[in-house]
Design a binder for this molecule. Structure first.
Ligand SMILES: [Zn+2]
Length: 417
């Protein structure tokens, strides 16, 4: 089979999976939903046809296993997620599963076995839409799922434990700390994913190698001034919380612009009391700061706090600075990443390395094994949106790179150590 034919199949399958949705007019596929059941059934049949044994684990992840050339060999993990956000595109997640599947299919067609087994993983939940808790699938597989999440409820008050049971799984809290694999039985985890950003497109490149999954901070920043009558309080006597917040918003943008690689976003603003004739008394902002180096991210976060305090002091507004979340940067493993780079160079494509600003299941797998990621260009850098779009040509390149990566990995002599 040519790479081009395989690439077309990958895109066709993403289209088919994209037709299974919980909502009639848009693509939404939450954890343990009927639409997830349908895509799992579909993917199972493709996995069987590609010579794999297939199993659905107790949380609903699919695992297709393609045995090695010899017994006792290690396992390479490939894969991505099959759940989506609300009103999603067709490629964020499914593309990585379909490319991994196509690579195995190509080996199977040529009756080739590698000196390591391949497991194609299709995670039941990465986006965390149903229970507002990301990476459920990979956490379950790596034995790091917190048993307390089983009590979380969705918008219909269905607990996660009930959802797992009705999906045919078993939410046994005792089993949650058991990883599917031992670290020494694995070669690593490699995920192909759409870039979700515009860098590859701007450089006119089909694929890029991910250096790290950037760390991030999420904060809640609140400015408390003094509400008052819009007509009677003179400008010189005001303590307008929104004006303080506005000054801060622009300082965030200026600082982020001045340091390469920093991205900082204020995506939510609430103004109280929120009337057209009242001076804003309290403004609350969300703040999201990311950078691929922990040190830089921490410096930026601290500098932003100083700036917010300076603004508030000047305006006699009270500041509340609350750190909600801190995720450290997860570097991709050097050895696997080098093989991806070598594969790209041997195929004569230009090499570009870039960090991932978005989180991925590799974050979870990094606790168990080496991780690597390959990004595929997506039109306009758009993701989490029905306008997500990729080309057959780029999928063709991604398939070639992943296949070459596996062939290079086969030549390593430390496979059985
Ligand atoms: Zn994704």
């Amino acid at each position: 089979m040519t790479f081009d034919a395989s690439a077309r199949t990958v895109i066709e399958r993403c289209e088919i999976l994209g037709s299974y949705s919980e909502e009639p007019d848009r693509l939404t596929r939450r954890f343990a939903s009927k639409a997830m059941q349908q895509v799992n059934e579909k993917v199972k049949t493709w996995m069987y046809a590609a010579g794999m044994t297939v199993e659905q684990d107790n949380i609903g992840n699919l695992i297709g296993r393609f045995e090695a050339s010899h017994v006792g060999a290690k396992t390479l993990l490939l894969g991505s997620h099959l759940d989506t956000v609300r009103d999603a595109g067709k490629y964020d997640g499914p593309l990585g599963v379909m490319i991994a599947l196509a690579c195995v299919e190509r080996l199977h067609a040529r009756q080739v076995r590698l000196p390591f087994a391949i497991e194609v993983l299709a995670f039941a939940d990465e986006e965390g839409l149903r229970y507002n808790n990301a990476y459920l699938g990979s956490k379950f597989m790596t034995g790091t799922l917190d048993p307390n999440v089983l009590h979380l409820t969705d918008i219909e008050s269905i607990t996660m434990a009930e959802a797992i049971r009705s999906f045919g799984g078993n939410p046994d809290p005792e089993s949650l700390h058991i990883a599917r694999w031992r670290s020494d039985a694995l070669l690593g985890y490699c995920e192909v994913h759409i870039e979700q950003g515009p860098v590859l497109e701007a450089r006119n490149l089909p694929v890029g190698v991910v250096t790290a999954i950037s760390g991030q901070n999420r904060l809640n920043v609140s400015f408390s001034g003094e509400a008052g009558h819009a007509g009677t309080v003179p400008m010189s006597l005001r303590h307008d919380a929104l004006c303080a917040a506005a000054e801060f918003v622009l300082s965030v943008e200026t600082l982020a612009h001045s340091i390469p690689g920093v991205v900082a976003t204020i995506g939510q603003v609430s103004v109280q009391p929120g009337a057209s004739n009242v001076i804003p008394g309290i403004v609350t902002l969300s703040l999201d700061v990311r950078h691929q180096e922990n040190k830089v991210r921490e410096l930026v976060k601290d500098r932003l706090e100083e700036m917010a305090r300076e603004i508030c002091d000047k305006r006699e507004v009270l500041l509340e600075w609350q750190l909600l979340q801190e995720h450290k940067t997860i570097p991709c493993a050097l050895a696997l990443t080098k093989l991806l780079e070598q594969a790209i160079e041997e195929l004569n494509y230009p090499l570009l390395s870039l960090p991932s600003g978005a989180g991925h299941d590799g974050v979870t797998f990094s606790e168990l094994t080496s991780i690597a990621m390959l990004f595929v260009r997506c039109r306009g850098g758009i993701s989490h949106n029905p306008a997500e779009s990729i080309t057959v040509e780029d999928v063709d390149v991604a398939l070639q790179v992943l296949e070459q990566f596996m062939l290079l990995l086969s030549t390593k002599n430390d496979l059985n150590e």
